[in-house]
Design a protein around this ligand. Sequence first.
Ligand code: SF4
Ligand code: MG
Length: 315
Amino acid sequence: RHLKKYFPIKKGLLNRVVGQVKAVDGVSLSIRKGETFGLVGESGCGKSTLGRVILQLQRATEGDVIFDGTNVTGLGHAEMRRMRERMQIIFQDPFGSLNPRFLVRDLIAEPLRIHRKMTARQMDDRVVELMELVGLDASRRNRYPHEFSGGQRQRIGIARAIALSPQFILADEAVSALDVSVQSQVLNLLRKLQKELGLTFLFIAHGLNVVRHISERVGVMYLGKLVEVAPTEALFAAPRHPYTAALLSSIPRPEPDRKRERIVLQGDVPSPANPPSGCRFHPRCPLAAERCRIEEPLLLQDESGRAVACHFPLS
Ligand code: SF4
Ligand code: MG
């Protein structure tokens, strides 16, 4: 609720604070139990920072994170440690996020070692069980991560993330580094695990095509703000925010006869240290009017549960 995350910009020998990067600038959203919420936007829009703030990997500058009825924003170290078991993360880079000196067995067991009291035998049984759950050959548990392919390493990361039986998982660009064919295998695995384990996902990606087949709802971010939230199919059928429409029209479509009118984005994303006045999208928006330069549009929700922050939404 009303989450903000600002980073100071420091300059000179004295590290004088000369400004702030408003990475996340007033975002409210709810993720429902058991759903996958897809969060998209160009790089630098604040989506990863928002995810990290939700998981309390970074403290919010302002606002609250309510998890299953508990405000986790103010929790102390010990309480947060218990909460941490229930909220996990799958990282983007299956190459960089696994320590190459650890056996796969130990990488997967690490969260268990930190959070659970288990005998070596119990731990080994759990590692075998987890590897089977994510579709890995458990007889290879005494090998090193470099002996596995990119897709298999991402499965190791997923096994680690589910080791403590969490309820909520943040997948930050979890398939972005993988080949397209491997991407769909990993997405299928995440869906299967969601059903079997009753997980809730926040699935972050820079492209809409990745979230389409995995998310029930999608949120679109632009320069630290949420600009549209909608059920996935409704968003793809008829985007309401001009920015969403622009993101969609850049996806190659299989049927050329039903071409969507192309909205081409002008210019680059402005700096989040000095966002444009009024609607932050106005310098790039083909529909921008005088009002857009002055008045910031609020994210307003209609009866159908769709929300858009635009003075002149598309219908
Ligand atoms: Fe475009 Fe104006 Fe809507 Fe912003 S408020 S997206 S500038 S039409
Ligand atoms: Mg990111």
